[in-house]
Ligand binder design. Structure first.
Ligand SMILES: CC(C)(COP(=O)(O)OP(=O)(O)OC[C@H]1O[C@@H](n2cnc3c(N)ncnc32)[C@H](O)[C@@H]1OP(=O)(O)O)[C@@H](O)C(=O)NCCC(=O)NCCS
Length: 144
C-alpha cells in the first residue's frame, strides 16, 4: 500500500534509485536527488510501503508569505495512472493552503493532469542551463 510522508528520515539514495528523471539525457544521481529533496521548502513522498522505495515525490519552494512554486513532481512509470500524482499534489496544496499563489511550469500535455488537481492554465517563461542538468558539482552555497 502506498504510504505518503513529508519526512526524509531513513531515506537513503538507494530508496530513490527506481528510475526518477525518466527521459532526462543528463539526470541527477540518487544522491543529488536526495539533496534536492532536503533543500526544498516542502516535500511529499509516496513510498511503496512504510520502509520501501520512493515511487513518487513532489517538491515546492516557498517564500512563506505569498508565493510557492512547484519545482518538481514525478511518479515512477510503473506507478503512474493510479492516482499517486494527484494525491501528491493535493497533499502539497494542503501544506500551501495559506498562500496566495501556487505556480508551476509544465508542457501542454501535462495540463489535463494539473487541471484534475484544480489548477488553471497560465502563461510562463523560463531559462534552462542544460550543462547543469545533473546538478553535479553544485554544492550548497555555490548555486545562488
Ligand atoms: C504527471 C504525473 C506526475 C502524473 O502522475 P500520475 O500518478 O500518473 O497521475 P494520476 O494517476 O494521479 O492522475 C490523476 C488524473 O490525471 C489524469 N492524467 C494523468 N496523467 C495524464 C496525462 N499525461 N494526460 C492526461 N491526463 C492525465 C489521470 O487520468 C487522472 O484522471 P481522473 O481524474 O479521470 O482519474 C506522471 O505522469 C509523471 O510523473 N510524469 C513524468 C514527470 C512529469 O511530467 N512531471 C510533471 C512535470 S511538470
Amino acid at each position: 500500500m502506498i504510504v505518503y510522508t513529508d519526512s526524509l528520515e531513513g531515506i537513503t539514495p538507494a530508496h530513490l534509485a527506481g528510475g526518477f528523471f525518466a527521459g532526462w539525457p543528463n539526470p541527477p544521481s540518487p544522491e543529488t536527488h536526495l539533496r534536492l529533496l532536503r533543500n526544498s521548502t516542502h516535500i511529499v513522498l509516496a513510498r511503496q510501503d512504510e520502509t520501501g522505495p520512493v515511487v513518487g515525490y513532489v517538491c515546492a519552494l516557498s517564500d512563506h508569505v505569498l508565493f510557492a512554486y512547484l519545482s518538481s513532481l514525478e511518479v515512477l512509470p510503473a506507478f503512474q495512472r493510479q492516482g499517486i500524482g494527484r494525491d501528491l499534489v493535493r497533499r502539497m496544496q494542503a501544506k500551501l493552503a495559506d498562500l496566495y499563489a501556487i505556480d508551476l511550469l509544465c508542457d501542454p500535455d501535462r495540463q489535463p493532469f494539473y487541471a484534475r488537481c484544480g489548477l488553471q492554465p497560465a502563461v510562463g517563461m523560463c531559462a534552462r542551463n542544460y550543462a547543469r542538468q545533473s546538478g553535479q558539482g553544485i554544492t550548497e552555497g555555490s548555486a545562488g
